[in-house]
Design a protein around this ligand. Structure first.
Ligand SMILES: [Fe+2]
Length: 372
């Protein structure tokens, strides 16, 4: 296999460090997803992806040029469906989960003591049951950070009253597997609902409301057993979904009118090649100024000019019989126009990625362009 070359973009995106680390959040379920990548090789791991955030996560991975090795779930979640299967389909990344969870479609069943390598780094797998009987925590090779799933949350911990939960077991998992890490080890939880993103071993030993300070196992178990928590409302949908690793029961028929690529900025985009090939089935909306349209950059033959500042008032002039692809010089103003049109209720709208500049670089025709 050819030896991968470090990408300057990834190296800079990692802040000059050897490891890229991103924390992502799903507001609907308060769930965290984590992306790690080894800068030297571009190999990465994704921890606890959320099904509904698949497009966001995939575009980030693609924009940064990361070769995803595996998606690791910390456990079979009861409150959201994993995005692992979708990511496996999109990137070929392995689907990793505790072997004891017994889920379908897992390609990398994990056990305590396993190592999941990415580039020259690895995550160490620690079994931390108690919230569920298959909970795993993942510890970075240098023990500077760990991903604790729902075993240990910031100043709290996961509930123990369903999915084979057991408070005695959770006490042992936390005190023996997590509190044995260095005090300075940063702990990244599976959830938080109040805006807390990260904690550390030293803080949780001192301040965790259930087992920090002088709390004993008896205190902890008494606390957990006295909690009266409502039944998780998505469990009936989420758990069976997660026991298929997030593979949908039925493939949804694609209602997409084009091979849209969603950028990490959240925008539906199309590449020049597809737009050029389907030119006659599309409305090309140019949102530059009249001067630019008639200027040396030229314009795409047959495109409709509607300068961005006038778009809101004049959007009724855009025919509704075909999808709209918005263009400008670089794809920046057209990005805003795309958002405005989507907000106004047009459903089949996309931005031309890279604008006329990329269109022209790739050799597609422009009218009125000054000869280079
Ligand atoms: Fe959970």
């Amino acid at each position: 296999m050819p030896r991968p070359v470090a990408s300057p973009l990834l190296a800079a995106a990692a802040g000059g460090a050897a490891l890229l680390f991103r924390q992502l959040f799903d507001a609907a379920t308060g769930s965290f997803t984590y992306l790690l990548a080894d800068v030297a090789t571009g190999q990465g791991l994704l921890i606890d992806p959320v099904f509904e955030q698949h497009g966001r996560d995939l575009s980030l991975i693609q924009e940064l040029g990361i070769e995803l090795v595996a998606c690791l779930d910390t456990h079979a979640h009861a409150d959201h469906v994993t995005g692992s299967w979708l990511m496996h389909q999109a990137t070929g990344a392995a689907i990793a989960l505790a072997a004891t969870a017994g889920a379908e479609n897992v390609t990398l069943p994990l056990r305590h003591g396993d190592r999941v390598a990415f580039g020259s780094h690895h995550l160490e797998v620690r079994s931390t049951p108690g919230h569920t009987d298959g909970c795993l925590s993942y510890v970075l090779d240098d023990r500077s950070l760990a991903f604790t799933g729902d075993a240990l949350l910031v100043r709290g911990c996961g509930r123990c009253d369903f999915q084979q939960g057991d408070a005695h077991m959770l006490w042992r998992s936390i005190t023996e597997q997590l509190f044995s890490l260095p005090d300075s080890c940063l702990l990244y939880p599976g959830h938080d609902y109040t805006g807390r993103l990260v904690t550390s071993v030293v803080e949780e030993k001192a301040f965790n409301a259930r087992l920090g300070g002088a709390a004993t196992e008896r205190d902890f178990v008494g606390h957990m057993q006295a909690m009266k928590l409502p039944h998780p409302h998505r469990i009936a949908e989420a758990l069976p979904g997660n026991l298929r690793s997030g593979k949908p029961r039925q493939q949804r028929p694609s209602d997409s009118w084009a091979p849209l690529q969603r950028s990490y900025a959240g925008l539906p985009e199309l590449l020049p090649a597809w737009v050029a090939e389907h030119r006659s089935e599309l409305i090309l909306l140019d949102v530059r100024s009249l001067e630019e349209y008639n200027g040396p950059d030229g314009y795409v033959p047959g495109s409709l000019l509607l300068p961005l500042p006038e778009l809101e008032q004049r959007s009724g002039e855009i025919p509704t019989d075909r999808p709209v692809v918005v263009v400008c010089h670089s794809g920046s103003r057209s990005a805003l126009a795309t958002q405005q049109l989507l907000k106004a209720g047009r459903s089949q709208v996309a931005n031309l990625r890279g604008g006329l500049s990329r269109w022209s670089d790739e050799g597609y025709p422009l009218e009125g362009a000054a000869a280079a």
